[in-house]
Design a protein around this ligand. Structure first.
Ligand code: FAD
Length: 423
């Protein structure tokens, strides 16, 4: 096996946000043997990207970028170009503007750092009236006590996330990509060569090859190149040595009447970086989505500590909690959110749109994503050489709660890894 030709087989595990983008870009660039595996029909109910909307801010590269800024700005540059121009993505980008705010001094300092160098693009928003006037009369009825922030009418907005995934999937299929979903597509195991297993024991991961991918019904798939793009669940298939932590954030919907939905159309995104965000309601269902802002939840997986309670952090083997050591986090689907999260959503509404604060939620769910240590995506070869025993494995994971916007860029970056860039 091995090789990088466009006729070689490519298997993508996960037909979510990045999986569909990767499938589309490979097919567009002449890869003729691409298969996507997913445990559910696309878009799957557990995909982080299967959502009404996601915040999108435009960005670009600069010659002054530091090494650290380079990677993010390159992704940002590629995805901005695609959301503005690519016929598959463009219809799903609503460039309605952005109001971002903070309540504490520390968070306001973060905002100032975020917009540093771009101050001229924003207007300061500081009083109740200034906040209210960023949207049509009757939308923002709150008092915004202690809020300070910045607004811009272009250069940002939101994307219809579910729509973009469906569009990318559909086009990929038209171009010949095969989607295998359900039990046949739900991957339960990666089968490594003996050489790779020996390398892993020594801590040297990038040796050997991937012999196959096994789905839960026992089907084994073989490919020259396999791409792991199954989001929060990647950590369950591969020991990524604490580089990836499945983390859950929360979202809730409120049903609006048709006339309210009309009033709320084309709103800019409102994001208080300490409290939460919302954008306009869905044109189809008239549901308004609200996300509360918090560091995220984990579902801890423990190992008993051999040393008992006296353990301290920083020994490189996970976080410690009492006599147990947290060695990971296991995602689980749940169309429900914690009570404290509901309280945060309602407190956020009380400050922004108190007329909606008591309204019941029509839907809520915890939404899992894969968090990395620096919140940058993890895109790299795990085993980069195919051989007689098997193929190579590329990682495309680590959305870290803010990478829907990078969807179109992911396909292009993976294409570069595969050496298939056609320009
Ligand atoms: C509440 C919330 C709000 C967010 N808001 C924003 C925002 O405003 N702006 C923004 O840019 N980003 C946002 N994000 C982040 C963004 O949604 C994610 O970073 C991005 O969608 C991750 O894409 P992905 O392809 O890695 O994972 P997903 O979209 O989750 O796709 C993973 C896919 O893998 C499949 N899968 C899982 N396990 C297996 C398996 N074993 N075998 C086969 N298939 C499998 C799943 O069914 C799914 O289809 C938000 C995330 C959350 C949770």
């Amino acid at each position: 096996m091995g090789g990088a030709g466009k006729k070689d087989s490519v298997l993508i595990i996960g037909g979510g946000t990045w999986g569909c983008s990767i499938a589309l870009e490979l097919a567009r660039n002449g890869y003729g043997n691409v298969t996507v595996l997913d445990g559910e029909d696309v878009p799957s109910s557990i995909a982080a990207g299967n959502d009404l909307n996601k915040i999108m801010e435009e960005g670009s590269q600069s010659e002054d970028d530091t090494d650290v800024a380079y990677a993010w700005n390159r992704l940002h540059d590629l995805c901005t170009t695609a959301w503005l121009n690519d016929p598959i993505y463009k219809p799903h980008y609503h460039r309605t503007g952005y109001v971002m705010a903070a309540s504490s001094d520390a968070a306001y300092k973060t905002l100032l750092e975020d917009i540093s160098g771009h101050e001229h693009e924003y207007q300061k928003v500081e009083s109740t009236e200034q906040f209210r006037s960023t949207m049509p009369k009757g939308v923002l009825t709150g008092d915004f006590v202690g809020w300070r922030g910045f607004a811009k009418s272009g250069g940002a907005g939101w994307v219809f996330a579910r729509g973009a995934i469906i569009a990318a999937k559909r086009e990929a299929e038209i171009l010949g990509v095969r989607f295998i979903t359900g039990q046949q597509g739900l991957v339960s195991e990666l089968l490594f060569s003996d050489e790779a297993k020996r390398g892993e024991q020594k801590g040297a991961l990038k040796q050997g090859s991937l012999q196959g991918v096994k789905s839960i019904n026992g089907t084994v798939y073989h490919a020259h190149t396999t791409i792991l793009a199954n989001g929060a669940n990647a950590d369950g298939l591969l020991d990524l040595k604490y580089q990836l932590r499945p983390t859950a954030w929360t979202l809730a919907h409120i049903k609006m009447t048709p006339s309210e939905a009309g009033l709320y159309k084309d709103l800019p995104v409102l994001f208080n970086i300490e409290k939460g965000f919302f954008m306009e309601p869905s044109a189809e269902t008239h549901e308004l989505k609200i996300c509360d802002e918090h560091p995220g939840y984990i579902n801890p997986v423990y190992r008993e500590s051999p040393l008992g309670k006296s353990l301290v952090q920083g020994q490189g083997d996970g976080d410690h909690e009492g006599e147990k050591i947290i060695i990971g986090s296991k995602p689980f689907p749940r169309q429900q959110i914690p009570l404290e999260s509901e309280e945060r959503v309602r407190a956020f509404l009380q400050e922004t749109m108190p007329h909606l604060a008591p309204r019941p939620f029509s839907f809520a769910r915890i939404c899992w994503d894969a968090d990395t240590v620096d919140r940058m995506p993890l895109i790299d070869w795990y085993t980069s050489e195919g051989n007689a025993e098997g193929g190579r494995l590329l990682l495309a994971v680590g959305g870290s709660g803010h990478c829907f916007k990078t969807m179109p860029a992911m396909g292009q970056v993976v294409l570069e890894f595969l050496g298939g860039q056609s320009g």
